[in-house]
Each structure stands twice: as C-alpha cells, then as structure tokens.
Design a protein. Structure first.
Length: 256
C-alpha cells in the first residue's frame, strides 16, 4: 500500500474513511459524524447498489440479468426492469461501450496518509476497469448534470488522484450517469478532469480538519452550502437549518 506523509509526526492512531464519506465531511462535519454513527439513508444506498449490480451484469455477464429481475421488481415504481433494459439498448446504439475487456469489477484502491498522529486510510472504488485503462463509475440522479458540475464533486477530484498515486500514471476516468426518474430513460457521459497538485492540497486540508475533529471530539455544524441542508437527514434537529428555513419563509425584502 502506498503511503503519503503529509507531516513528520509519528502516527499513534488509525482511521479508515471512504472518499464519499470525506465528501460528506466536507459538506458538514456534524452531518458526517451522524452519518458514520447511524448509517442513515439506507434505502438510497440499496437503490444505488441495485442499479450498480444490474448495469455491471449487463456489461460483464448477461447471464446475471435473470437473477436480479426479482430484486428489481421488489423496488416498486422507482425502478423498472424495462427501464434499465432501455439504458442497455441506448448504450449499444450509441456505441458507448469501449472495444476492450473488463479487467475488474468494483476495483478498490486505498492510500495511507500520515497526518496529525493518524494513519488515515483513504479509499475508493472504481465500478469497472477496462483493459484500455478506462475507469467507469455508475451514478443515479434525478436531474441532468453539466460537465462543469464535476468541479463541485470531491469524488471526481480524489478518485483519479488516488489512482495516480497507486499506478504512477495519470489514468483516464469517466463518470457514467444513469437516470431512473424520467419518462424516457436517458443517460449522460461526463469525463472527470483534475489536477494532481490541487487534489493533493485538498486532501491535506480536509484530512487535517478531519483528524483535528477526532482529536478534539468535536464536529461542528458547518454546511458548505446552506441549501444542501434540505437533504440532510438530521435537518429538523439542526439550528442552522431552522434559521435558514425561517429566512426563506420571509418576504424577499426582509431577507436583505
């Protein structure tokens, strides 16, 4: 395992965290702490995992389709077998599938960062790794995204960064978005672009904040964007959200 030293302190403790969890911490430390302890939003996680499994089955091993159909039907109206089959048809019709072999399904990557007396094991997973070095990651979304939206997703700054540390080469990453809430199924293909230096500085900054929170045993309520509080699982118990909701209920002239 690769180790990156962000300071000269001798590590005394260890901490394992996924990139998606670090992104939640960046959004709000308090929400991260609650999420880690309670593992909220299990339904959304199961839904996303189901979509991943089905798309991987269609891409890698078509015989697995039938085994997943019963699980798909149990999800109700939010996900239909025919809808995902339509995605597969679109993939083939647009020749999106690369002319390459699948080397790995859900390939894990982990790098150890030494900072603030901690060994922090930061990890992520690429859903599909092709023989032409292309990496795919499946996503579900209710709305259409733009290429510039990726600059706000920590995951697409750190996945290629971790991969470059491990392989020693800058790899080609591709985000594959799947939409399941439209009348007519459709998908997007967005390419992740990043700077190694910027990602390294970002990791150092966030891991310093994260380990400091653990050392002090204090995770403040500090959302990166107040509007994101609308989707927080603990928003009704948070004073920040209550004040934000109150301000939105006022006439525009009172919000000035």
């Amino acid at each position: 395992m690769k180790t990156i030293y962000l300071d000269d302190e001798t590590p005394m403790k260890s901490l394992s965290i996924r990139v998606t969890e670090l992104e939640r911490f960046a959004n709000c430390p308090y929400q991260y702490k609650y999420w880690v302890r309670n593992n909220e939003d299990k339904e959304a996680l199961e839904y996303g995992k189901l979509v991943h499994n089905y798309l991987q089955a269609m891409t890698v091993n078509k015989e697995r389709w039938k085994r997943l159909e019963d699980r798909l039907r149990k999800t109700g109206e939010c996900l239909r077998t025919g809808e995902l089959m339509e995605y597969w048809r679109l993939l083939n019709s647009k020749a999106i599938l690369p002319e390459a072999e699948v080397l790995y399904v859900e390939k894990s990557m982990t790098v150890c960062f030494v900072i603030n007396w901690y060994n922090v094991y930061l990890s992520g997973t690429s859903d599909l790794v092709w023989s032409n070095s292309l990496k795919w990651d499946y996503k579900t979304s209710k709305v259409e995204r733009k290429q510039e939206d990726l600059q706000y997703k920590l995951q697409w700054k750190l996945y290629p960064y971790l991969d470059e540390i491990i392989t020693g080469e800058k790899q080609l990453w591709l985000e594959f978005l799947v939409f399941t809430k439209h009348v007519t199924p459709r998908f997007q293909q967005l390419r992740a672009e990043y700077s190694y230096e910027d990602s390294h500085s970002l990791v150092k900054y966030l891991l310093d904040k994260l380990t400091t929170c653990y050392i002090q045993d204090f995770f403040p309520v500090k959302p990166a964007w107040t509007v994101s509080c609308n989707w927080c699982p603990i928003k009704e118990t948070c004073d920040i959200y209550k004040n934000y909701k109150l301000s939105q209920s006022k006439p525009s002239w009172q919000q000035a």
